[in-house]
Design a binder for this molecule. Structure first.
Ligand code: ADP
Ligand code: MG
Length: 578
């Protein structure tokens, strides 16, 4: 039977009978899923209604990629998988970009997609939205499963959940075919399928000799440092990280999304002296951080005689870029607890001058930085630093507001300017440094935590997800979006080389009034041109706890090509910033 013009199975005779869609909703509820992010259409529309009917929050988006970014952020902040639901073909593909990104970032999430009838897909007969989704997803995700029968849906959900959170977390794809979604089953038999899985996220305890080796190396170091990554944020181990830093007195450096695990203003924070840590530390302990490109893959400035300790859940990560002298494989809670115990009897050999010299350098650098912000206050039009001098005051006065941040200069400068005081309160474009996570991540953070969110977005970055500002408004979320408008990708002063009448490739709209997009959806809106106006608007928007959009007018020449990572361009092209 290959006739797919009508997929409708017979309607179930409720309550004696139910469909696969009902079983899916019950399976998600049974495993503790509280929020589902998605965009409906054939074949998942009714499933979304039933999910809502189960008391799960269904957040409907305007684009699947943003729904996926929301699910990924939900996974990051809660440690439980965020769930994305997509329709077949393009909806699936749009969502898959976010699931692939989640996998790279080790965020636990599950993309559940409806898919068309199998037989005509496999015979390539040209069916509605016919795409072999499972095989497309496979190389991009941590695990991928397909469910062809309603009775297998609970197993599919449990397996997807376990795959997303166990070991190194990641994105999981769960394909459910249209016939399975529509299949009618006896209600009682369906309920009987729902068992409570035991130990969904098991501890992984490290080997005692690995812990001892690491403790001995850390204790023997003259100039040690602890490098905290977003794996530690995701593992919710801020209590143990604090204990480790404060009992050993070893300075720490947080990676971008680990900012706030300990306050950035902590006396042992080495945030301002990253280069010194790289050049001089003799033992560096990585806690849920990878020695990837964001850390020059352990080369470049790094002291080549230095030794590394690495605490990670994934044994395959070890030695990926630099020799690791003391790997500790386990979940971070188990590993840090064991390490703290092993350190109890040991004396730290740290040089007495190490921390004071880092603190002295930090004071000098922080004073210079403060001066740069102060000097920018009078710039007219504003540049990034003028705007950030205002944002810094308001954000630091509201430490429990989650900061979402993307862009090029807007990303780099905001990260350097705004100190974080609480864990998992900074969410950015992370490992791949991608653009187009802003509205989705802001929504996921607000929905998953119930907290207020501020998204500081470059104007270009905002463009990727701007339409989902309407989702913020529809769900009345306490999210303030600030568009740093310098009129371009990097900046707004690009000149086309051949002097065509078209705009340059980097040029956007410096006079666009992004705040008026907010007006269309009933948000509180502001257009600000000075730091004082921005400070007042941001403080008021946060306090209002309603959707708000602030157009922050910058000068078109503020910002340089590729922000802080211009060196990654294939060649030092024509410098478009001069
Ligand atoms: P950052 O970009 O902040 O350096 P990465 O995402 O590159 O962070 O690295 C995070 C690391 O944390 C990954 O290698 C991942 O395997 C590890 N990780 C994630 N969750 C846990 C956990 N619960 N226990 C131990 N390691 C973890
Ligand atoms: Mg810009």
């Amino acid at each position: 039977m290959t006739d797919t013009t009508n997929n409708n199975a017979a309607a179930p005779n409720f309550p004696e009978q139910v469909t696969g869609m009902y079983i899916l909703a019950r399976a998600l509820k049974n495993i503790g899923i509280e929020n589902v992010y998605g965009l409906v259409g054939i074949p998942i529309t009714e499933a979304a209604y039933i999910i809502q009917g189960q008391g799960i929050r269904f957040v409907g988006f305007r684009h699947e990629q943003q729904a996926g970014m929301a699910a990924a952020t939900d996974g990051f902040v809660t440690g439980k998988p965020g769930v994305l639901m997509t329709v077949s073909s393009l909806g699936f593909l749009n969502g898959l970009t976010a699931t692939a990104n989640a996998t790279v970032n080790c965020y636990p999430m599950i993309q559940i997609s409806g898919s068309s009838v199998r037989e005509p897909i496999d015979l390539e007969q040209g069916t509605y939205e016919g795409l072999d989704q499972l095989n497309i997803a496979k190389p991009l995700v941590k695990a991928a499963y397909r469910v062809n029968r309603a009775e297998d849906i609970p197993t599919g959900v449990v397996r997807a959940y376990r795959a997303a959170v166990s070991g190194r977390p990641g994105g999981v794809y769960l394909d459910i075919t249209t016939p399975a979604l529509g299949q009618v089953m006896d209600h009682a038999a369906a309920e009987a399928l729902l068992q409570q899985p035991v130990d969904l996220q098991p501890s992984m305890v490290p080997a005692a000799e690995a812990v001892e080796r690491a403790a001995a190396l850390l204790a023997s170091a003259k100039k040690p440092a602890i490098l905290i990554g977003k794996g530690a944020a995701q593992a919710h181990v801020e209590d143990l990280v604090k204990k480790l830093v404060e009992t050993t007195g070893v300075p720490f450096y947080p990676m971008s999304m680990a900012k706030g695990m300990l306050p950035d203003k902590h006396p042992l924070s080495a945030l301002s002296v990253r280069s010194t840590i790289m050049e001089e530390a003799d033992v560096v302990m990585l806690v849920g951080a990878r020695l990837n490109w964001l850390l020059s893959r352990g080369h470049g400035k790094w002291n080549q005689q230095g030794q590394f300790i690495q605490l990670d859940i994934d044994p395959v990560e070890i030695d990926s870029n630099r020799h690791i002298a003391a790997p500790v494989i386990g979940d971070l809670r188990s590993s840090l607890e064991a390490l703290l115990t092993a350190l109890e009897g040991k004396k730290m050999a740290m040089d007495a001058g190490w921390v004071p010299s880092l603190q002295a350098q930090s004071r000098v650098k922080n004073a210079k930085f403060a001066q740069r912000l102060a000097d920018a206050v009078t710039a007219s039009p504003m540049n990034h630093w003028s705007a950030l001098s205002a944002a810094k005051k308001v954000m630091e006065a509201n430490p429990d507001v989650i900061l979402v941040n993307e862009g090029a200069n807007t990303l780099d400068d905001t990260r350097d300017t705004i100190d974080m005081a609480m864990p998992r309160h900074r969410i950015d474009c992370a490992t791949w440094a991608i653009m187009g996570m802003g509205m989705g991540s802001a929504i996921g953070a607000a929905v998953a935590t119930g907290k207020s969110v501020v998204a500081i977005e470059g104007d270009s970055a905002f463009g990727f997800s701007g339409m989902d500002f309407s989702t913020i408004c529809r769900y009345k979320l306490p999210v303030t979006v600030c568009v740093f408008n310098n009129g371009g990708i990097y900046n707004g002063i690009g000149e086309p080389l051949d002097k065509t009448s078209d705009p340059a490739p980097t040029t956007l709209d410096v006079h666009a009034r992004y705040d008026r997009l907010g007006d269309a959806f009933g948000a509180k809106t502001y257009y600000v041109t000075t730091p004082a106006e921005y400070e007042a608007a941001l403080a008021e928007a946060i306090a209002s706890k309603v959707p708000a959009l602030i157009d922050v007018q910058l000068a078109a020449d503020s910002g340089k090509e590729s922000g802080h990572i211009g060196y990654l361009n294939p060649a030092p092209l024509i410098d478009i910033t001069v």
